[in-house]
Design a protein around this ligand. Structure first.
Ligand code: PXP
Length: 237
């Protein structure tokens, strides 16, 4: 079965609405794991708008499954990652004005820069994933730059507004998952996945893991984390 990584950033977003202690993303991570999540994901952004450094250190202590840290490929973040040693780092592009990660990394234009960050992370036994758009040239570059995984950006699939576009985007993700797998890369996917659109993506054989945040946290607010995670796992099966 494809694994589920639950992104707890938006628990911290709600906490930061009052700059207090609650709700606690660490508690949310524990509950998600107890409900069957295969991993926890958090994004330490340069502006620290939701997850803080302390959260990351606590998650490293508390998470028993698999901790995936999303971050920009900056010196500051690489230094933090090599101190914390999460199981996996997912390198993402980051712009301060964006509401969420908008597009995939441009591996081709940032090759040397990424190569250096990847080398440092892998030297510390951290598995490195690159969040990229489902495009063949980016996948080839990800293999050349020696990433372990690619996370295929499912945003266009999630935002497709006609059945034809949904089918096209799904086919693009499917064929790019096959291409990445052939080049020896591990494949995951995420962004914008929810209770309505996850099933088809979960049938793609080459995809090992889905990373889902907003939809699960939004549902958990209404029905509780345990039910929110279990319902997602049921759909993925
Ligand atoms: N994967 C990556 C690389 C992301 O940046 C995000 C958003 O933080 C997600 C997955 C999860 O996206 P969503 O919150 O839309 O499920």
């Amino acid at each position: 079965m494809v694994r589920l990584g639950v992104n707890v950033d938006h628990v911290a977003t709600l906490r930061e609405a009052r700059k207090g202690k609650l709700p606690d993303p660490i508690a949310a991570a524990v509950l998600a794991e107890m409900a069957g999540a295969h991993g926890i994901v958090c994004h330490l952004r340069e502006d620290r708008r939701h997850i803080k450094d302390k959260d990351l250190y606590l998650l490293k202590e508390v998470v028993k499954t698999h901790l995936n840290m999303e971050m920009a490929a900056t010196d500051e973040m690489v230094n933090i990652a090599t101190e914390v040693i999460p199981d996996m780092v997912t390198l993402v592009p980051e712009r301060r004005a964006e509401l969420t990660t908008e597009g995939g990394l441009d591996v081709i234009s940032n090759f040397e820069y990424l190569e250096d960050a990847i080398r440092r992370l892998r030297a510390n036994n951290i598995v490195v994933s690159l969040f990229i758009d489902p495009e063949v040239n980016q996948i080839k570059a990800a293999a050349r730059v020696k990433a372990d995984y690619v996370e295929l950006h499912t945003g266009n699939y999630a935002n497709a507004d006609t059945l034809n576009r949904v089918a096209d985007e799904l086919e693009r993700i499917r064929s790019m998952a096959v291409a990445a797998n052939k080049l020896g890369l591990g494949v995951s996917a995420g962004h914008g996945l929810n209770y309505q659109n996850v099933r088809e993506i979960a049938t793609i054989q080459q995809i090992e893991e889905l990373n889902i945040g907003h939809a699960i946290i939004a549902k958990a607010l209404m029905v509780g984390m345990e039910r929110a995670v279990k319902e997602m796992l049921d759909l993925m099966r």
